[in-house]
Design a protein around this ligand. Structure first.
Ligand SMILES: [Zn+2]
Length: 389
């Protein structure tokens, strides 16, 4: 029953909500408009609508459109320096998870000296406190997956040391988040599925977590129910607005549950995978290991009642066994066409499993205490091995 709830982000949620952004209090006169190096914000109309809102609000902006999938430390530092040179007062992060995640690092680097890794906890990070307040952040989400529109966390990669680390600071909680499903109808089928499963796992991991509380459980079960019901529809027809809305809701709510309750080592494990194989999408990596990860806890009866609750949320009638959750998970993967992803297709070799297990603990060991059963490196390597195809 004990928890701390501190989410000051004002959320504008729903179809057409972008049109209300100009009515909000802007965080200064000049924004850094942070975007990816792709074309999606031009295809989905979000760029034009965002620029229009900034103009109505009397805000000028400079654009930095270089954020890539699995964003690198260096590009965040470059964007931070760019914001500083241009005298930006705040950041408008427009895009999917990679852009929203990066905004945290950019906000810090725009006002603080040194390198990003000076402020990173975990791995080879120096864990220094911030010298200066980061720039305020407004997020405009164009996909449903990371939930970072609502929280202070971002995941950044350091290529030379194979580190992919969750980086955050309480001062980086976005001031405003806009989640307008209008922008999500153009997300390709494959990414809709990958991102939707990322959102699912944020919630299922919260449910398995040792720090679950009454509030995070209520939110997570609601999110799981919505993803199980609507993700197959969003995958089958990207223009199914109702399905997009419900998946977006579940994804954004995960941003809140993850502030109440830690995710588990499943995320540490995926970070290791995409740190070594940068072509692997985060959601795809999670899908690949998810069955065996859950099975590990089911076999040990680590939290039977919670698996049963999740199975019920996923639509299983009167579930009685934790195995019902694993079966429902596999069925949902089949319904979304992602039940046959192969590690070998992404260049993994089977003899990498222990290297990945060690990296997962060294880089993202902070999530291990959330596991409902104390996992050894052998347990983790075993999950990779059994997931290998
Ligand atoms: Zn994730």
């Amino acid at each position: 029953m004990n928890f701390v709830f501190n989410n000051p982000t004002k959320l504008l949620f729903g179809t057409g909500k972008i049109a209300e952004l100009h009515k909000e209090v802007m965080q200064g006169k000049k924004a850094l408009l942070l975007m990816s190096n792709g074309k999606s914000v031009h295809m989905n109309g979000s760029y034009d609508k965002t620029v229009e809102q900034l103009k109505i609000a009397g805000v000028s902006y400079v654009e930095f459109a270089k954020i890539m999938e699995n964003p690198l430390m260096e590009v965040c530092e470059e964007a931070g320096a760019f914001a500083k040179e241009n005298g930006c007062d705040f950041i408008v992060a427009l895009g999917g998870g990679a852009v929203l995640d990066s905004s945290v690092a950019v906000a810090v680097m725009a006002t603080n000296p040194g390198k990003l890794w000076d402020y990173v906890y975990g791995g080879t990070g120096k864990a220094q406190p911030l010298a200066n307040k980061p720039l305020p952040i407004i997020t405009i989400a164009t996909s449903s997956g990371t939930g970072s529109e609502m929280n202070e966390w971002g995941v950044i990669c350091k290529e030379d040391t194979h580190e992919k680390i969750g980086f955050g600071n309480e001062a980086c909680k976005p001031v405003i988040a806009v989640v307008d499903p209008t922008f999500m109808t153009t997300v390709p089928v494959k990414y809709t599925a990958f991102q939707g499963f990322d959102a699912l796992f944020h919630n299922t991991e919260v449910m398995m977590s040792t720090s679950l509380n009454i509030l995070s459980e209520a939110i997570a079960l609601s999110a799981i129910e919505n993803i199980a019901k609507y993700l197959p529809r969003a995958v089958a027809d990207g223009n199914d607005r109702e399905a997009r809305e419900h998946v977006a809701y579940a994804s954004t709510m995960a941003g809140i549950t993850m502030q109440l309750t830690s995710t588990t080592a499943q995320h540490s494990m995926e970070h290791a995978m995409s740190a070594y194989h940068r072509n692997l999408q985060h959601g795809a990596g999670l899908i690949i290991i998810s069955k065996e990860f859950a099975q590990c806890f089911v076999d040990r009866h680590a939290c039977d009642d919670r698996f049963i609750k999740m199975a019920k949320a996923m639509g299983v009638d009167s579930p009685t066994s934790p195995q019902d959750f694993v079966d429902a998970l596999v069925a949902l993967q089949k319904a979304c066409g992602v039940d046959d992803l192969k590690m070998s297709d992404y260049g993994f070799k089977k003899d990498e499993c222990m290297t990945l297990a060690i990296n997962a603990r060294e880089t993202m060991g902070g999530l291990y205490p959330a596991n409902p059963y104390e996992m050894t490196d052998e347990d983790v390597a075993g999950i990779f091995e059994r997931s290998y195809k």
